[in-house]
Write a protein that binds this ligand. Structure first.
Ligand SMILES: [Zn+2]
Length: 239
């Protein structure tokens, strides 16, 4: 048969475990979320690069089409150059040919630069895609582990809460509200050991007569300052 103070200590032990469990449970969803965000971030990064590569290709194709047009125009002007009859016409057509050639040279430079960009983007994409597979598998594995842990802790907490209810019911009805109030106010230090002749919770020195009585009778004694229940550590006599 447990003494009253032993029942209080049992109950407090459960409450301490329960609080620890609940705090661990609260931390887990954020950890799971971090892995999910990592997966999404990698996907977004790849999608962004993919879009840039597509835009670059479209821009290059437009310039390639412009280049063809200007080359065709240059050919046409060169043919017309052979047929001109006045120096004024020759000047005009020569000027047109020069404009075409300048455009062609500029377009070729721009197209080359775009091809280079596309190659760099493709290489970066290949690198990210290769790394992503391993990283996503790792994240998914971590999520599975954390979710299993969360489920395990939820189950443990349910069991512990049921045990706690039973333990509370075994406690004298008159002690329950005080214990619950102490737990709410101080956390699971509602029942503390005697520290010499002082309260192990608030540190206040107890009247000698009270300190002497702690642990010697069935009645649970309380600290007159903080109201915590007091117990005598094992192996310590009352005198
Ligand atoms: Zn105290």
């Amino acid at each position: 048969m447990l003494t009253l103070i032993e029942r209080l200590r049992d109950l407090q032990q459960m409450d301490a475990e329960l609080r620890k469990l609940e705090s661990e449970q609260r931390a887990l969803p954020a950890q799971i979320d971090r892995h999910r965000k990592e997966i999404a971030r990698r996907a977004a990064e790849i999608a962004h690069l993919e879009a840039r590569r597509r835009e670059t290709a479209v821009r290059r194709q437009t310039l390639e089409s412009d280049l063809k047009t200007r080359e065709a125009q240059a050919t046409k002007f060169r043919q017309q150059q052979l047929l001109v009859r006045t120096p004024k016409e020759l000047d005009a057509i020569t000027h047109e040919i020069e404009k075409c050639e300048s455009d062609i040279s500029r377009l070729e430079d721009e197209i080359l630069a775009l091809i280079e960009s596309e190659e760099k983007l493709a290489a970066e994409l290949a690198r990210l895609e290769a790394a992503r597979r391993t990283q996503d598998e790792h994240s998914a594995e971590q999520i599975r582990i954390l979710e299993a842990l969360l489920a395990e802790k939820e189950q443990l907490a349910r069991t512990l809460r049921a045990d706690r209810t039973a333990a509370l019911e075994r406690l004298d009805e008159s002690l329950r509200p005080t214990y619950e109030w102490l737990l709410k106010t101080h956390g699971p230090t509602a029942v503390v050991k005697l520290d010499g002749e002082a309260c192990g919770g608030c540190g206040a020195l107890l009247p000698a007569s009270l300190a002497m009585r702690v642990g010697t009778d069935e009645k649970p004694h309380q600290c007159p300052h903080c109201n915590r229940f007091l117990f005598r550590p094992a192996g310590l006599g009352s005198s």
